[in-house]
Design a binder for this molecule. Structure first.
Ligand code: T1G
Length: 665
């Protein structure tokens, strides 16, 4: 019985691999040992290669030599699986002769999400078990497979009884030892790949079907090539292809970016001065004031997390409209099969509504999502302070107002902060948790944990106009608007950002948000578009004209209005110049946000822009991207654009430092 115990997830660090190798050697050398079982202590079987040491520290034993020891053992070997055997963890289990798992185990090869491929033989063993088509699906989606499905596709051989994995695994091993059957090596399974050899269309069909999904991503293409090699055989040749392709990905920018984001999302949870295991409040009852677009979206997010909500509005008609929108969203998800009926009923049962703030008297948390006006919000917080419990937390969903000023109207500003959701609040993952100067660390930590429970990416922001995300968006929009006034076409600017990997560019975004919402002044291009009845997608078109299916096309009418403002100026900038003019000010603003202490760390800024604004994850976020370009180069380009580099940016450039890894103590 070999037991690995490397918290928190038995990731394959050099220490784990050395330990596993040593344990194996002992078991193989001991004649009293008739069969070998590997099990893990803690929450999960090996959850993959250790991302903290990957590519940095080498184990004394090579991963493949370790696998050969296991697979070539004359004694039957059994992997006992629980938790989330993922990536290198599942690959290790596949080198055991047999696998047994508890029903709650969920396994998979999610390396593609990190810009990698299963580089421990997974691309060669999986097709031999499931066939190429199923293997491609599992490795390109990276999805987790529940144990029952794993059994049905041959990933595991037995299901254990929940809670008695150890006993059942030992019994299985004894059975195998007693049977005297020659241990089965996955690498020797040839029937599935032999059959696939007759169907080369598996790969052309897969590439065609997934073209849009894998466009511009290196890992999926490499995985397909590895599976082709597995089908073509022989085993050794396939492994050579896998190792070569893995090395290229590991050293490439996309996996560096995606591994950065994986760690960044977890780093964002950490609050300096607050222990990770500090007690967190249980927000069991939540009040939402305001049942408009944001209020109903926020309510949906809580209901989906199983947290009951009381929605409060001032007028019956607004309340009814909000409640109807919430109910309709839930029931339509059930009708579309996106949500089980019972779950939908439970969510609807968690919803109550009222016209009275008094209904929030026993709420643990109240979030306001009312009109973006300081006086109105302050009056509400003063009223709420008279109604809620003394220990209740009050949060504002404001997207740019000063949270400190809002807090000054509450009796307990130490229990006031911002929870800035992004529309649609039940879909968008980013949650900016805005820390006021009075906000207590305990309340902040509790709301950060709540954000994770909501399935959001919570990021702490200090108080400034626009917090982290919108403050950076503002500089990008200012530069985009300036380029239009200089005569650059808005659709060229949008195209440069969609080519970079954003889902849409600034002008398509403004059309979608509604130009009447974003305008700042009548005598601007958006101001004149609105004056001409062009409010964006929702009415009359905006920068683009939209057909009945909302398909956008550059609008001659918008061009005429732009010409009125900039005198018909035209300018043809190359794409790289347009990209630099948009991204450099964003990077510079990020550096200012860091040096002002608005963001705790550079990687937080990356998380904001990836989870809230569509920055392509495989490009790591604005801070990561700046490091990739080179901070010296960034400083130089800013100078050429006539912009003054932030002092912190200049300092890091001189020191050879990193923006993405910069952290405020
Ligand atoms: N390496 C190092 N640390 C890891 C880790 C990993 N692979 N996975 C998780 N952690 C840490 C994480 O940073 C956090 O630490 C704690 O564990 C809890 O994680 C050769 C090359 C396992 C499903 O992609 O999907 O194998 O912040 O907050 O929500 O082919 O973590 O507490 O200090 O996410 O319950 C493939 C990645 C790697 C799985 C648990 N494996 N991990 O989720 O907890 S590449 C993966 C996860 C590979 C081979 C290739 C999840 C989880 P801290 P958590 P969770």
């Amino acid at each position: 019985m070999l037991t690995l115990d490397f918290p928190p997830v038995n990731a394959m660090s050099p220490a784990l691999m050395n330990g596993l190798y040593d344990g194996l050697q002992m078991a193989l050398a001991d004649d009293a040992v008739k069969a070998i079982v590997l099990i893990c202590a803690g929450r999960t079987f090996i959850a993959g290669a250790d991302l903290k040491s990957m590519g940095k520290v080498a184990p004394k034993i090579d991963f493949f030599a370790l696998q050969d020891e296991i697979e070539n053992s004359a004694k039957p070997t059994v992997a006992a699986l629980h938790g989330t055997p993922l990536g290198g963890g599942l690959e290790t289990a596949l080198t055991f002769h047999y696998r047994i798992a508890v029903p709650s185990a969920r396994m998979g090869l999610p390396e593609v999400n990190l810009g990698l491929l299963p580089g421990g033989g997974g691309t060669q063993r999986l097709p031999r078990i499931t066939g190429a088509a199923a293997a491609l699906d599992l490795m390109i989606t990276g999805r987790q497979v529940p144990a029952a499905e794993a059994l049905s596709i041959g990933l595991i051989d037995r299901l254990a009884t929940e809670g008695s994995l150890r006993e059942d695994a030992i019994a299985f091993a004894k059975e195998l030892a007693a049977s005297g059957v020659k241990p089965q090596r996955v690498r020797d399974l040839e029937d599935k790949v032999a059959a696939d050899r007759q169907h080369p269309e598996i790969f052309s069909d897969f590439r065609a079907k997934n073209a849009a999904k894998i466009k511009g991503l290196d890992a999926p293409q490499a995985i397909i090539r590895c599976v082709e090699a597995a089908v073509a055989g022989p085993w050794e040749a396939g492994l050579v292809v896998e190792r070569a392709e893995f090395k290229i990905l590991l050293e490439g920018p996309q996996s560096a970016a995606l591994r950065h984001i994986f760690m960044a999302e977890r780093a964002a949870q950490k609050i300096p001065g607050l222990a990770a295991d500090a007690p967190k409040r249980n927000f069991a009852k939540v009040g939402v004031v305001g049942a408009g677009t944001m209020g109903s979206g926020i309510t949906l997010a809580f209901l989906a997390a199983g947290i009951p909500v009381t929605v409060v509005e001032t007028g019956q008609e607004a309340l009814d409209r909000g409640v109807a929108r919430i109910r309709e969203t839930i029931t339509s998800r059930v009708e579309r099969g996106k949500l089980a009926a019972a779950a939908g009923d439970a969510q609807l049962a968690g919803l109550s509504s009222s016209l009275e703030l008094a209904a929030l008297a026993d709420a643990d948390l109240v979030i306001e999502a009312i009109f973006e006006n300081m006086d109105v919000k302050k009056a509400l917080f003063a009223d709420l302070s008279k109604v809620v419990r003394a220990d209740a937390v009050l949060a504002s969903n404001t997207s740019f107002l000063d949270v400190n000023e809002i807090a000054s109207a509450a009796t307990h500003p130490e229990r006031v902060l911002g929870m800035h959701f992004f529309s649609p609040a039940n879909i968008m993952r980013l949650l900016e948790v805005v820390r006021g100067k009075a906000t207590s660390t305990e309340v902040l930590g509790s709301v950060m944990a709540l954000g994770k429970k909501l399935g959001k990416v919570p990021v702490v922001s200090g108080v400034c106009p626009g917090f982290i995300g919108n403050r950076i968006l503002r500089v990008r929009q200012d530069e985009a608007d300036t380029m239009v006034l200089d005569g650059v076409l808005p659709w060229d600017i949008d195209r440069v950002l969609t080519d970079f990997g954003f889902p849409m560019g600034p002008f398509a975004m403004q059309d979608m948000a509604g130009l009447d919402v974003v305008i700042r002044g009548a005598d601007t291009v958006p101001g004149r578009l609105v004056a001409a009845g062009r409010r964006g997608q929702k009415g009359g078109g905006g920068y683009y004209d939209y057909d009945a299916n909302r398909k956008a096309s550059p609008s001659p009418a918008a061009l005429a209005i732009i010409a009125e403002v900039n005198g018909g100026k035209t300018a043809k900038l190359d794409d790289q110049t347009i990209l630099s003019r948009l991204l450099m000010p964003m990077i510079n603003e990020g550096a200012k946000i860091l040096e002002e202490g608005i963001a705790l760390r550079g990687s937080d800024i990356d998380m904001v822009w990836i989870a809230g604004y569509g920055w392509p994850a495989h490009k790591g976020g604005p801070m990561f991207y700046a490091d990739l370009i080179g901070l010296k180069q960034v400083v130089e380009t800013l100078g050429k654009l006539g912009l003054t580099p932030a002092p912190l940016l200049r300092k890091l450039a001189e020191e050879g430092g990193s923006l993405a890894n910069y952290a405020n103590a």
